[in-house]
Design a protein around this ligand. Structure first.
Ligand code: DAH
Length: 328
């Protein structure tokens, strides 16, 4: 019996040693430790062992059982660990920063601005970046000889009368041409001017244009809308100031300043222009200027974002240096 147990132990352990996958391990378990396995089969042999040998043989039986069972457990654990692909990984190690993407600070600013104006009932309108002179100038009451049309201030295409739009006011015209009043829209997008690049100038930037046309619209509606935007966007301390100015497409016209927090201090910042839609503009799009009134405004997005986030050079916004962009 002892002989048999020794044999069982040594062949069992040897066979277990050569097991290399989960299936073979399970075969081995059934063969040795299963209910019809070799270990179970050895149990009844005890009754043939003489009384005085019983304690020693019983002890040996237990030893063999323990040896097979514990070696089986170790083997199982090591096969399971090896089943995990690749080298062992310490999951508690801090990971490598692979620089997850994020939206550009200008795109995020645009989304936030749309969100605020949407709450005031403005819908978003779009227009092309390649424009004709009718939408960029004529319909906006900018006469043929106006200095704003100078080639040195505009990107004209080789095809006559086409250009990269210099202002989003073009979208006022495009929207009114295809929509009957009343309407309440903002238009956000890129505009182009051949400025020399420096900390505050770039040949492409973004504007948000607003247009509200209805019966009896007044300057009060204009200033209230701008004020509500300022409060929602810059916080409860924000204010709006308008100063008399001139734009061909509005009468009267004004510059828009907003009081916003710049590096912890409230400051007046000039953001763009505004005014009451000029009757000539209404006529150009076929609206009756006797019946309809409206206000319009145009603000620079970069100015808003740069002040809000304390960015002192506009060029950084478009150089696509991830170290800069990652901060926002
Ligand atoms: N288009 C003007 C610009 O680019 C800004 C502007 C001024 C837009 C007055 C308006 C407005 O809608 O009413 O400088």
């Amino acid at each position: 019996m002892l002989e048999h147990l020794n044999q069982l132990e040594s062949t069992g352990l040897a066979e277990l040693q050569s097991v290399s996958d989960a299936d073979a391990l399970e075969q081995w378990r059934i063969a040795y430790l299963g209910t019809k396995g070799k270990l179970k089969a050895a149990m009844p042999m005890m009754k043939d062992v003489s009384k005085e040998d019983k304690p020693a043989v019983g002890k040996r039986l237990n030893e063999v059982k323990n040896a097979l069972e514990s070696t089986f457990k170790d083997k199982k654990a090591s096969l399971e660990a090896a089943a995990v692909e690749g080298p062992a990984i310490d999951v508690t190690e801090p990971g490598l920063d692979c620089g997850g993407g994020r939206r550009h600070v200008i795109s995020r600013t645009i989304d936030e601005i749309i969100e605020v104006f949407a709450r005031m009932g403005f819908t978003v309108a779009y227009g092309p970046e390649v424009e004709d002179e009718w939408h960029n100038f004529n319909a906006l009451n900018i006469p043929e000889d106006h200095p704003a049309r100078e080639p040195i201030d505009n990107f004209y295409m080789e095809q006559r009368h086409l250009m990269l739009r210099s202002q989003t006011s073009t979208v006022q015209i495009r929207t009114m041409e295809k929509t009957k009043p009343p309407l309440k829209i903002i238009a956000i997008g890129r505009v182009y001017r051949p400025d020399t690049h420096d900390a505050t100038h770039y040949s492409m930037f973004h504007q948000v244009e607003g247009l509200y046309v209805d019966h009896d619209v007044t300057m009060v509606d204009l200033k209230t809308s701008l004020f509500q935007f300022a409060q929602a966007y810059f916080g409860p301390g924000a204010e709006v100031r308008i100063r008399p100015s001139f734009f061909p497409f509005t009468e009267p016209s004004a510059e828009v300043d907003m009081k916003m927090k710049v590096k912890g201090q409230w400051q007046w910042i000039e953001l763009g222009g505004c005014g009451m839609v000029d009757p000539n503009v209404f006529e150009a799009v076929g609206y009756d200027p006797e019946e309809w009134t409206g206000f319009a405004f145009g603000l620079g997005i970069e100015r808003i974002a740069m002040r809000k986030y304390g960015i002192s050079d506009i060029r950084w916004l478009f150089e696509n240096d991830a170290r800069f962009l990652r901060q926002f």
